[in-house]
Design a protein around this ligand. Structure first.
Ligand code: SAM
Length: 356
């Protein structure tokens, strides 16, 4: 596998390789401003209708003026940066991925051994689907989901609420020893300083409370035989690795869990595990076949959104180069000779009791 992400087409030249770890300084904001200027204000107005704006009057209206890029919308929370779109198309993909993970974990929402949790935080909650399901399963718990985008439904269980928040704004407003459980899922490429974030989790957990995180890991690999050298899944992984380096927000979070959690002050046992999420319905076992089929659906739904900002704004590709990459990935997803999977890794650990 090559180290550098290459654009897939032969003729267009890829961006000059930049091996420095310089973060990009919010290129999306600039691009969005240009596109908005072209589109005019009526385009922005169409993003949210009357009913939505009146039901969210407590939200600063600029947060609802989503940034636009190549026909997709993106969060606009103060100075926050996040590479994924926040439109319906992307959000449906998140919900499909939620179902996939639920099945992969044998219909469980968590692996940490929780006992009657009362106060729960879901960081980067997305559509809030995990938080809603968790609140339904634990009616006595108060569940808070936070995110940069107000994309969560209005009708939710009474013990579930959502807050707009940037988890990189430190210190968090929660007092010490607040939560029994903090859940993080799918925040690769989102956080500049994980050690700082974990330190905040430690502070805000009650003694004996649990932190749990689930993340997709690289590389995408072949289950029973290696993927061929020219397989586009190698390029796909390289794109995200390089983009993470350039943004200063790694996509390889799971490789650093131990160092970062220990650095943040978690001294308890780190319980780690990994499952292989098949891409497509190639698995013989019916449960893993279902996981693979939902993975395929969710990937097909989310692909363009995953790649657009990363390739054009971070790596400097042209849109047509992204189109070629996506076409190759769509073919790879359907290729029955690839038994490709990517790892989904979990870590959970406990804040020591005061006496420990
Ligand atoms: C890939 S989605 C995962 C959503 C959800 N955790 C799930 O598993 O379905 C990542 C989410 O993290 C949110 N996010 C990214 N950076 C964030 C930040 N700094 N603070 C809060 N939320 C953030 C995004 O807005 C997006 O909704």
């Amino acid at each position: 596998m090559g180290d550098k992400p290459k654009s897939p087409s032969k003729s267009p030249s890829p961006p000059a390789a930049d091996s420095s770890a310089e973060p990009v300084s919010d290129p999306l904001r600039l691009q969005a401003a240009e596109e908005d200027a072209e589109a005019g204000s009526s385009d922005l107005d169409s993003i949210f209708g009357e009913s939505n704006s009146s039901s969210t009057t407590s939200i600063n209206s600029t947060i609802l003026e989503y940034r636009r890029l190549h026909g997709r919308t993106y969060q606009n929370f103060k100075d926050a940066e996040y590479w994924g779109p926040n439109d319906d198309r992307q959000n449906e993909g998140l919900d499909m991925a939620h179902h996939m993970m639920y099945v992969a974990f044998n219909n469980k929402l968590h692996l940490a051994p929780l006992e009657n949790p009362q106060k729960v935080l879901d960081l980067g909650t997305g559509t809030g689907i995990w938080a809603i399901d968790f609140a339904d399963q634990h009616p006595s718990a108060e569940v808070i989901g936070t995110d940069l985008s107000p994309i969560q439904p209005v009708w939710v269980p009474p013990n579930c609420k959502f807050e707009l928040d940037n988890c990189e704004d430190y210190p968090w407003t929660y007092p010490d020893d607040t939560f029994d459980y903090i859940h993080i899922r799918g925040l690769v490429g989102c956080v500049r300083d994980w050690e700082r974030l974990y330190a905040e989790c430690l502070r805000c957990l009650k003694p004996g409370g649990w932190l749990e995180q689930q993340e997709f890991a690289l590389p995408i690999a072949g289950n029973d035989a290696p993927l061929p050298d020219d397989c586009v899944w190698h390029d796909w992984g390289a794109v995200f690795r390089e983009a993470g380096r350039k943004m200063g927000r790694s996509f390889e979070v799971t490789d650093h869990w131990e160092g970062w959690l220990r650095g943040a002050g978690f001294t308890g046992t780190l319980h780690t595990s990994s499952v292989r999420l098949p891409i497509g319905g190639w698995a013989a076992d019916s449960r893993w076949k279902e996981v693979g089929l939902f993975n395929r659906l969710s990937l097909e739904q989310g692909l363009e959104g995953f790649a657009t900002y990363i390739c054009t704004q971070v790596l400097g590709w042209r849109p047509d180069e992204v189109t070629v990459l996506l076409a190759k990935v769509r073919q790879a997803i359907k290729n029955p000779s690839y038994h490709a999977y990517y790892p989904l890794k979990t870590v959970y650990t406990q804040k020591p009791l005061a006496s420990e």
